[in-house]
Write a protein that binds this ligand. Structure first.
Ligand code: ADP
Ligand code: MG
Length: 616
C-alpha cells in the first residue's frame, strides 16, 4: 500500500491551531493586548467595531519590531520571549507560545504597522489567511498597531457561530477589565463603535478598580495584604454587605495574569461563610505573586487555567488572610441570618404598655361541641385567620382580656406576607376549601379528588404570564416613587441596563437619568416594593450577564422570568385564605398551568381512586 501520511501545509496547521487560540473576537483582543504589554507599552488603545467582528485594533507605544521580526512574528512558534525549554519555568511575559499572531493571521485580514525606537522608518505588513499580501516601509510612530478585520472570513461555520454584537462586545469588555486590572501602571483607552468606553490613566490598583467599576466601589473595598515565602497576597475584597447577586466582580491575578481557579475561589467563599446572604457572591480583586518556577501556565492555550505547585498551602493562606482582613477592618457585620424575624417585636407593639395577662376561664366551654363560627370572626378584618371550624373556641376568654391585643398578636407574624392579592370574596366560588400545608403547598379539592399546588411555582407562573402580557401589550401599571431612587452600578452593568431598559419600561419601571455609574428610578411596577428595587435590578443584570438572550422575544421572556422568580411568594410564606384561593384561581386561568416558567411541575392531583387505593 502506498504511504498515506502527509505533513499538513502550514496554513492548514495554522487554521487548526487558531481554533484553540481564537474562539471569538475577545480572544484576539486578549492576545493583542498581552503582546502590547509584553512589548513594554505604557499606553494601549483598543478600538473595536460590531463586537469585534468587523474590526479589532490595538495600538501600543511599546518597543516595536524590526522589518524582519515583523514578518517573522506571523510564523508559527515564532517568539522572542523564550529560547529554551528551561525558560518556560521562569516566565515573566504573557505570551511565550508564539502561536497567537500566526493563528490570527490564518483566519482574518491583518494589518500590522510597527517601528522600533532605533529605526528611522517603520514596516507595514498586510496578511490575509496566512498569505502575506504586501510588505512596505512606511513612516510610523514608535510602537505597534495591529488591525484585525473580518474575523473568520474563511471559516463561515465559525463566523456563524459567533453571538450577537452585544454579546461579543461583553466578552471583549470582560477581557479588557481583566488586562487593565492586572496592569494599573499602564494607561488604557477603549473605543467601541466610535464611542469612548474607558479612558484609564496610569494609576494604582485601587483607583483602577474604582475607574472600572464606578465611584461607589471605593467605599466597598477592604485591603488584603500578606506575605510569606510561598506567596505574596495583595489586593482588595468587598465588604460582605455589598455581596451581589451577580458573580461579576471576582478576580484572581497570578503574577499579573488573570486566572480562573475554582479551587481558590472556594477558599474565598470559605472566608466569607456566614457573612453574606445565601445566593449572593462576594467581590474580590486579589493578586498572588509566586515564584514563576512554582506555577505552570502552560496547561491551556488561553493560559487562564494554571497549576500551582502547592495549591493546598495557597488555599489555606488565602482563606485565613481574607478572614483576617474581614476581622481587622471590623467588617464582620451584625447580620444574623439565623435569627427568626418572627421573634422580633412588631413595630406596632413597641410602644404599647405591657399588661399582665389575666386568665379568664370560660366555664361553659366544651371542646367537643361544634360551634358555628360567629359572624364577626369569619374572614373580615385586615387579614384572615385560618379556617378551622371551631378554632375560635381556643381563644374564648382571651379575646377581650389583654386590651384586645392577644388574638391579634397570635397572628402578627403570619400577617406579613399574607395578602398577595387584593382579596375579593367572589373568588371563593371556584375552590371553596383551600388549606396551606407546611407554608409550601396549597391543597384544594376538585371534582375528581384533590390538587396539591406548589405555591411558589404557581405564583411564578401567574406573574410570568402577567408580565409577558404587559410587555407585549405595553400597558403595565407603574407606581410613582415619592423620592426617585439612585442606584449605583458599574459601567458594564449600566450597559446591560440600557439594553433591557425598553422592556423594563413596558413592565412598569420608570427611569430618570442614566449616568455612567448610576441610574435614577422614579417609578416601579405595582408589585415591586421600593426596598427591593436594588435587589431586583441586580438579579436582572446578573441573569442577563449569565445568559444573553439572542432576540427581543427571548429578552422579554427572560425579563418576565426573572421578575416572576424574584417577586413570587416563596416557600415559608403564610398565605391567607383569600390569597390561597386567588392564587389557585389565577393559576388555572393561565395559558399553561402544569409547568412553572422554569419547567418545574406546579401541581399534582390525587384522584379519589388514588386515595382509595391507598386504603386497600
Ligand atoms: P508570543 O506572544 O507567544 O511570543 P505571538 O504570536 O503573540 O507570540 O507574537 C510573536 C512575537 O511577535 C512576539 O514574541 C513578539 O516578539 C512579537 N510581537 C507581537 N506583538 C508585538 C507588539 N505589539 N510589539 C512588539 N512585538 C510584538
Ligand atoms: Mg502573544
Amino acid at each position: 500500500m502506498a504511504d498515506i501520511i502527509r505533513l499538513l501545509p502550514d496554513h492548514v496547521a495554522n487554521q487548526i491551531a487558531a481554533g484553540e487560540v481564537v474562539q471569538r473576537p475577545s480572544s484576539v483582543v486578549k492576545e493583542l493586548m498581552e503582546n502590547a504589554i509584553d512589548a513594554g507599552a505604557t499606553e494601549i488603545q483598543l478600538i473595536i467595531k460590531d463586537g469585534g467582528k468587523t474590526l479589532i485594533q490595538v495600538v501600543d507605544n511599546g518597543k516595536g519590531m524590526s522589518g524582519t521580526d515583523a514578518r517573522l512574528s506571523f510564523e508559527r512558534h515564532a517568539t522572542s520571549k523564550i529560547q529554551k525549554a528551561e525558560d518556560l519555568f521562569n516566565l515573566n511575559t504573557k505570551g511565550f507560545r508564539g502561536e497567537a499572531l500566526a493563528s490570527i493571521a490564518a483566519i482574518a485580514h491583518v494589518e500590522m504597522l510597527t517601528k522600533t525606537e532605533d529605526d528611522e522608518i517603520g514596516t507595514k505588513i498586510k496578511i490575509e489567511g496566512s498569505k502575506i499580501v504586501t510588505q512596505e516601509v512606511v513612516v510610523a510612530p514608535k510602537g505597534t498597531s495591529m488591525l484585525v478585520k473580518n474575523l473568520f472570513f474563511n471559516i463561515p461555520a465559525r463566523r456563524n457561530f459567533l453571538k450577537s454584537d452585544q454579546v461579543e462586545y461583553r466578552h471583549i469588555a470582560d477581557e479588557f477589565h481583566r488586562i487593565s486590572l492586572a496592569h494599573p501602571q499602564v494607561a488604557f483607552n477603549f473605543y467601541n463603535n466610535g464611542s469612548d468606553v474607558f479612558q484609564l490613566p496610569c494609576t494604582d490598583f485601587r483607583k483602577r478598580i474604582v475607574h472600572i467599576f464606578g465611584r461607589k466601589t471605593d467605599e466597598k473595598l477592604v485591603p488584603v495584604e500578606e506575605e510569606t515565602h510561598v506567596v505574596r497576597i495583595s489586593g482588595y475584597i468587598q465588604k460582605p454587605e455589598f455581596a451581589k447577586k451577580s458573580r461579576g466582580e471576582q478576580f484572581f491575578f497570578a503574577n499579573n495574569r488573570f486566572i480562573k481557579s475554582p479551587y481558590l475561589h472556594h477558599a474565598i467563599l470559605g472566608a466569607f461563610e456566614g457573612l453574606i446572604r445565601p445566593g449572593t457572591h462576594p467581590g474580590y480583586f486579589l493578586n498572588l505573586e509566586v515564584d514563576p518556577g512554582t506555577i505552570d501556565i502552560n496547561i491551556h492555550p488561553t493560559k487562564t487555567e494554571v497549576k500551582f505547585d502547592d495549591e493546598h498551602t495557597l488555599y489555606a493562606m488565602l482563606k485565613s488572610t481574607v478572614k483576617h482582613s474581614l476581622g481587622q477592618f471590623n467588617v464582620v457585620p451584625a447580620l444574623d441570618f439565623e435569627q427568626d424575624q418572627n421573634l422580633d417585636t412588631p413595630y406596632s407593639y413597641k410602644n404599647k404598655q405591657v399588661g399582665i395577662p389575666q386568665v379568664v376561664v370560660d366555664s361553659s366551654f366544651n371542646p367537643f361541641e361544634t360551634v358555628k363560627p360567629s359572624k364577626s370572626n369569619s374572614g373580615g378584618g385586615s387579614y384572615s385567620k385560618p379556617k378551622v371550624d371551631g378554632w375560635q373556641n381556643l381563644y374564648v376568654g382571651l379575646e377581650n382580656t389583654v386590651d384586645g391585643g392577644a388574638s391579634h398578636l397570635e397572628f402578627e407574624s403570619e400577617v406579613v406576607n399574607s395578602s398577595i392579592f387584593d382579596g375579593e370574596k367572589e373568588l371563593l366560588d371556584h375552590f371553596t376549601t383551600t388549606f396551606q400545608m407546611r407554608k409550601k403547598y396549597i391543597i384544594t379539592t376538585i371534582k375528581s379528588g384533590m390538587v396539591v399546588v406548589n405555591q411558589s411555582r404557581a405564583h411564578q407562573r401567574v406573574l410570568y404570564e402577567n408580565f409577558l402580557k404587559n410587555i407585549t401589550i405595553k400597558e403595565a401599571v407603574s407606581q410613582q416613587l415619592l423620592f426617585p431612587l439612585t442606584l449605583s452600578f458599574s459601567t458594564s452593568e449600566i450597559n446591560i441596563l440600557k439594553e433591557i431598559k425598553e422592556n423594563l419600561c413596558t413592565v412598569g419601571f420608570v427611569f430618570g437619568e442614566i449616568t455612567e455609574d448610576g441610574v435614577e428610578i422614579s417609578g416601579v411596577p405595582v408589585l415591586v416594593v421600593e426596598s427591593e428595587v436594588q435587589m431586583i435590578m441586580e438579579q436582572l443584570i446578573s441573569d442577563f450577564q449569565q445568559e444573553v438572550p439572542g432576540d427581543s422575544f427571548s429578552q422579554s421572556d427572560m425579563l418576565a422570568k426573572t421578575l416572576a422568580k424574584t417577586l413570587s411568594v416563596k416557600t415559608g410564606e403564610t398565605l391567607d385564605e383569600i390569597s390561597q384561593v386567588k392564587l389557585v384561581n389565577d393559576l388555572f386561568a393561565c395559558k399553561e398551568t402544569t409547568l412553572s416558567p422554569f419547567n418545574k411541575k406546579v401541581y399534582i392531583t390525587l384522584t379519589e381512586n388514588d386515595i382509595e387505593r391507598k386504603f386497600i
